[in-house]
Design a protein around this ligand. Sequence first.
Ligand SMILES: [Zn+2]
Length: 90
Amino acid sequence: MSDERPQRPSGPRKKRPFQRRKVCRFCADKQVTIDYKDPRTLRYFITERGKIIPRRISGNCSHHQREITEAIKRARNIALLPVAGTHAMP
Ligand SMILES: [Zn+2]
């Protein structure tokens, strides 16, 4: 066994302004629940215009992204969240 780590190739590789999360926040923190009655949590996953943020940006796993999507849709139905594209922005 050896402790050697492969050396990184030199050169700047940071290009992403968005920090990527390794695990989805719901897997990491079991106390955070996905609830359509809780728009504060859901708002993390929608844009200002009310669009759902895709998984590769939010960092969610597919399981939780699905739950988020469902919750957002439900929240829209009861008008807790805006529906994207319905009102025209100035
Ligand atoms: Zn997850």
